[in-house]
Design a binder for this molecule. Structure first.
Ligand code: SF4
Length: 458
C-alpha cells in the first residue's frame, strides 16, 4: 500500500444554526456538524442560548471526538449555532476554534464564520490602535469586535455596520439572546441555505446537513442578504449587493455530492463535467478508474459518454482520521498520508483513464500514476474535471502559494511529463461552467483565471 500525501484544496469551515424552541437544539447542531465534517476536521464547537445567556463548548478534533453526552447535556436552549473548522487565516489551535463569543452593551453574541476577509490585517491594526485586545488570530474576531463596537441600537444594525467595513468572503451564523442571524457576503461566495424544521428554522453551509436533521430545504440565502430568525419567523434584509461570484470549486470538490447548491445537485454537476471531459479529451482505453472519492462522479460521466467501462481500481483507506487533515506543512509532508491501494486483478494489462477533480501541486497525481503502473496498468491517461489551477484562493480555502501550484508554473505537456502520464487532459473553463449550468456567469473562477472578484490579501 502506497502512502499518498493529501494534495487538495481544503474548505476552511462548515457552519450550522438552528432556531427551534422545544427541540434539543444542541443535539441537532451536533448532527448537522456531523454532516458538514468534510468541510473542516480540526475543531468543532457549539453555542446555545436560552434567551438569557450563551453557553459555549468547543474543542480540537472531529465532531464525534469533541462532543459526548456530557458536553451536549450542558448545552440547553432554543437556539444554537455550530462550526467545524479546518484552518487557514490565523492558524489552528483551540483559541481560534469557533463559535467565537463576544459581549457588548447590547448583550452577548456568538459567531461562526466560513470564509476569509481580505482586509482583516488592516482592520486588526486599526482596532488594536483603538485599544481592542484580540484574543485570537482569527479574522472572525474582526467581525465580532467591529459588531461589538458599532454605534447601533440593536445587534442586527451593529452587524450590518460591521459588515460595511469588511471585504472578502463570509457566510455567518450569529447567535443572539433574541434569536439567530444568517448572513451571506455581497458576492455570495460561500454557500448558506435555509431549511424548515417543524415550526423552527435551520441554516447550514450545505443542504446535506438539512437532510441529516430532517429539515426541509427552503432556499439558499442571496448575496448580501441577512436573515433574522426568531418568534416572528424569518425576516430578510438586503444590506449590500455585488455581482454574484459563487465559488465554483464547491461544485468541483468541496461540497458533498448529495448536497444541492444554488439549485444544482453536486453529484450531477460533477457527472456532467465528466461527460464533457470525455468529449473534450477522448482516450482509447479499456477502463475508466476514479481517484476515490474525489473523482467518482466525474468518472461515471466519462464512462457514460465514452462507452468505456467504469471500474473500481483504487481502494481508499477510510480510517486515516485526523492524521490527514492537520494544516501545518510539516505534518502534511511527514506521516500524514492518505492511503490508496490498487486492485492488481482489475488493472493489470489494461489501458486506464484515471479521473480526478483537480491537480494542485501534482505530487499525488504522480504517485497514483506510478501506483497504477506498479499494479500492471499498460497505459495511464489522466483526465481532470476542472481547468489547471493557476492562482491561490484568498476567500477561505487553504491553497498553496502560487509557486507551489503546478498549473501556475507549467503547461499541460510539462505537467503530463511531471506526473508520468501517457496523456493528460483538463476540462475547459467553458465546459466547467456548462456542467454546473447556472444561468449567467455567477461564479468565482479566480483560481483558474487569477481575476479576483472581491480583491485579494495584501
Ligand atoms: S478562488 Fe474562488 S473559485 Fe477558487 S477556491 Fe477560491 S473562492 Fe473558490
Amino acid at each position: 500500500m502506497l502512502p499518498v500525501s493529501d494534495d487538495k484544496f481544503h474548505e476552511e469551515c462548515g457552519i450550522f444554526g438552528i432556531y427551534a424552541p422545544g427541540e434539543d437544539v444542541a443535539r441537532l447542531t451536533y448532527m448537522g456538524l456531523f454532516a458538514l465534517q468534510h468541510r473542516g476536521q480540526e475543531s468543532a464547537g457549539i453555542a446555545v442560548t436560552d434567551g438569557r445567556s450563551i453557553a459555549l463548548e468547543k474543542g480540537l478534533g472531529l465532531v464525534g471526538e469533541v462532543f459526548g453526552e456530557d458536553r451536549l447535556a450542558r448545552l440547553k436552549g432554543k437556539v444554537a449555532i455550530g462550526h467545524v473548522r479546518y484552518s487557514t487565516a490565523g492558524g489552528g489551535g483551540l483559541n481560534n476554534a469557533q463559535p467565537l463569543a463576544a459581549t457588548s452593551r447590547r448583550g452577548s453574541l456568538a459567531l461562526a464564520h466560513n470564509g476569509n476577509l481580505v482586509n482583516a490585517a488592516e482592520l486588526r491594526e486599526e482596532l488594536s490602535e483603538r485599544g481592542y485586545l484580540f484574543q485570537t488570530t482569527s479574522d472572525t474576531e474582526v467581525i465580532a469586535s467591529l459588531t461589538a463596537q458599532a454605534e447601533a441600537r440593536d445587534v442586527t444594525t451593529a452587524l450590518i455596520s460591521a459588515l460595511g467595513r469588511v471585504t472578502g468572503s463570509y457566510a455567518l451564523v450569529v447567535l443572539t439572546p433574541g434569536g439567530l442571524l444568517g448572513v451571506r457576503d455581497p458576492h455570495g461566495m460561500r454557500p448558506l441555505c435555509l431549511g424548515r424544521l417543524g415550526s423552527g428554522y435551520v441554516l447550514a453551509s450545505e443542504s446535506c446537513a438539512l437532510d441529516t436533521v430532517g429539515a426541509e430545504f427552503v432556499r439558499d440565502l442571496e448575496p448580501g442578504e441577512l436573515v433574522r430568525i426568531g418568534p416572528e419567523g424569518v425576516e430578510s434584509l438586503h444590506f449590500a449587493r455585488e455581482k454574484k461570484a459563487f465559488c465554483i470549486f464547491e461544485f468541483i470538490y468541496f461540497a458533498r455530492p448529495d448536497s444541492r447548491l444554488e439549485g444544482v445537485n453536486v453529484h450531477e454537476a460533477r457527472r456532467r463535467a465528466g461527460i464533457l471531459l470525455a468529449r473534450e479529451h477522448p482516450a482509447t482505453a479499456d477502463l475508466v478508474v476514479p481517484v476515490p472519492d474525489s473523482g467518482i462522479s466525474a468518472a461515471l460521466g466519462y464512462a457514460e459518454a465514452s462507452g468505456i467501462p467504469y471500474a473500481v481500481g483504487l481502494i481508499k483507506n477510510r480510517y486515516v482520521g485526523r492524521t490527514f487533515i492537520q494544516p501545518a506543512q510539516k505534518t502534511r509532508e511527514f506521516g500524514v498520508h492518505l492511503k490508496l491501494n490498487p486492485i492488481r486483478e482489475v488493472l493489470a494489462g489494461k489501458r486506464i483513464v484515471l479521473v480526478d477533480d483537480s491537480i494542485v501541486r501534482g505530487t499525488t497525481s504522480r504517485r497514483i500514476v506510478r501506483l497504477l503502473r506498479g499494479a500492471g496498468a499498460r497505459e495511464v491517461h489522466v483526465r481532470i474535471s476542472s481547468p489547471p489551477i493557476v492562482s491561490p484562493c484568498y476567500y477561505g480555502i487553504d491553497t498553496p502559494t502560487h509557486a507551489e501550484l503546478i498549473g501556475a508554473r507549467y503547461n499541460v505537456e510539462e505537467i503530463r511529463q511531471a506526473i508520468g502520464a501517457d496523456s493528460l487532459g483538463y476540462l475547459s473553463l467553458a465546459a466547467l461552467k456548462e456542467a454546473v449550468g447556472l444561468p449567467g456567469e455567477p461564479y468565482c473562477l479566480a483560481c483558474f483565471t487569477g481575476r479576483y472578484p472581491a480583491g485579494r490579501c495584501a
